[in-house]
Design a protein around this ligand. Structure first.
Ligand code: SDX
Length: 417
């Protein structure tokens, strides 16, 4: 019989704390630790700290399991579209036919943006990174939404983020703005907005549409990752959804987080250009004095295979084969993975490929440029960010305001008149 309390002995005194049990994990509830013991906890990176209760996704890092609302990612990827997955993540259950139709129609209701956004985009210098552009334009959306009913905000962002992403891409490659097509699916419309060329007929490619649909599903949610926690943090201060998502986009941009997908391809290209000597680069990654890290490897939670990486590897192999692309970067990635997983350093530290190791190969095969990879990650993660913002509001989570260990000067007086 599990006990419901833990008993700590601190400075000779006993303190009892309740245990919180979740569906699969448990925690020591230290909400009253400081008032009872004068101690706070110290947990840099919050590696051992649960910051909320959530029912959206669950990761078992030891077993390499990822569930979205209880459904294994392996089943979702086979049986659902990204839009169905977005509905599931936002609402908790898979949609029936009527619900899915209504959800898709509601999104299409909001798939145009204020003309001022086009003018603002025109003024943004071409050398700006797409993630900076996307975060800024998302933030500006706040100014065009005060008429919105709360429940429409999610449709609004699901409709507009792909438009902002496509406009950002087209600006970078010198194409005129494109407009959404209400008559095709969410992902087909996303691709058409990216790649439609004026005065040319646009041919949809189901291989590409299917690969991108799967990639967006793989990114849809992932517990309290850095960018999702950022969205919840802003929401806890009662910032609005668009500002919170704009901040989430900025957090995702970091090389250690979503920015890794761009860094992986850049790393693989450097390794290829330098002769493809895998052993040399694995030795660099293992050398503490060398800042080089094997991008796309390692994860805070997964100490076994990232189930998404396994799926992404298959999607990468399929799309390269079906599009008849000879991609030396994919071959190098597979060889690098094989050698790293045989290496004691990676085995002992339980460093496996994560989602970012193969996703860039798929984006590249689709025709997405490297500096847009993390934008695509953001499009996939959007339902997760919004579901967590919604959940945080429903839970009425308190404002996030952690403590610190102060190591500065003792109180002192200014020695001057
Ligand atoms: C994502 O949180 C999420 O869920 C994120 C994400 C999501 O869907 O939202 O899954 C998406 O961000 C995936 C991760 C993408 N980032 C990378 O691929 C960058 C490379 N990976 C590392 O920087 C690192 O593995 C992290 C940032 C992902 C995790 O870092 P941790 O958990 O803080 O672990 P750590 O840096 O303390 O590493 C533990 C040990 C260290 O060695 P020691 O100091 O113990 O001797 O492992 C080593 C590290 O040096 N190590 C690596 C390594 N990753 C960790 N050594 C070489 N190459 C690496 N990639």
């Amino acid at each position: 019989m599990c006990s419901n309390i833990v008993d700590f002995k601190i400075n000779g005194c006993h303190y009892k704390f309740p245990i919180v049990y979740g569906t699969y994990n448990k925690a020591i509830n230290i909400a009253h630790l400081r008032e009872n013991t004068e101690f706070i906890t110290f947990d840099p990176g919050l590696k051992n700290t649960g910051v909320t209760k959530s029912s959206i996704s669950f990761i078992d890092g030891e077993k390499g399991i990822l569930l979205y609302r209880g459904y294994p990612i392996e089943q979702i990827i086979k049986k659902c579209s990204f839009i169905e997955t977005s509905y599931l993540i936002l609402n908790g259950e898979l949609p029936n036919t009527a619900q899915l139709k209504h959800f898709s129609e509601k999104i299409k209701e909001f798939n145009c943006i204020n003309q001022n956004i086009y003018k603002i985009l025109d003024e943004i210098p071409n050398f700006c990174h797409p993630m900076g552009i996307l975060s800024s334009l998302t933030y500006i959306l706040t100014s065009f939404t005060n008429y919105l009913k709360d429940e429409d905000m999610y449709f609004h962002l699901l409709a507009k983020l792909p438009i902002l992403a496509a406009l950002t891409y087209r600006k970078k490659v010198g194409l005129p703005p494109s407009y959404p097509d209400k008559n095709i699916s969410y992902v087909s419309n996303l691709l058409k907005m990216f790649f439609y060329i004026p005065n040319k007929s646009y041919q949809q490619n189901t291989i590409i549409t299917d690969a991108l649909d799967k990639l967006l599903i793989l990114h849809a949610d992932h517990e309290q990752n850095c960018s999702t926690t950022t969205v919840r943090l802003l929401g806890s201060a009662h910032a609005d959804l668009f500002s919170a998502v704009s901040a989430g986009i900025s957090a995702l941009w970091g090389r250690l987080h979503g920015g890794a997908n761009q860094a992986v391809i850049e790393m693989l290209e450097v390794i290829l250009k330098s002769g493809g000597n895998i052993k040399k680069w694995l030795d660099k990654a293992k050398n503490k004095k060398d800042p080089f890290r094997l991008m796309g490897f390692g994860h805070r939670i997964y100490k076994n295979f990232d189930p998404r990486a396994k799926i992404a590897k298959k999607v990468a192999e399929n799309i390269v084969k079906e599009l008849n692309i000879s991609d030396p970067v994919l071959e190098l990635a597979k060889n690098l993975e094989e050698k790293a997983l045989q290496d004691s350093y990676f085995k002992e530290k339980k460093l496996y490929p994560n989602i970012d190791f193969y996703s860039g190969i798929i984006y590249q095969a689709i025709g997405i440029p490297k500096d847009m990879f993390t934008v695509m990650f953001a499009l996939g993660r959007l339902p997760g960010w919004m579901a967590h913002w919604k959940e945080m509001k429903l839970n009425m989570d308190p404002i996030v305001r952690p403590r610190q260990i102060y190591i500065g000067n003792k109180k002192r007086n200014i020695q001057k008149n």
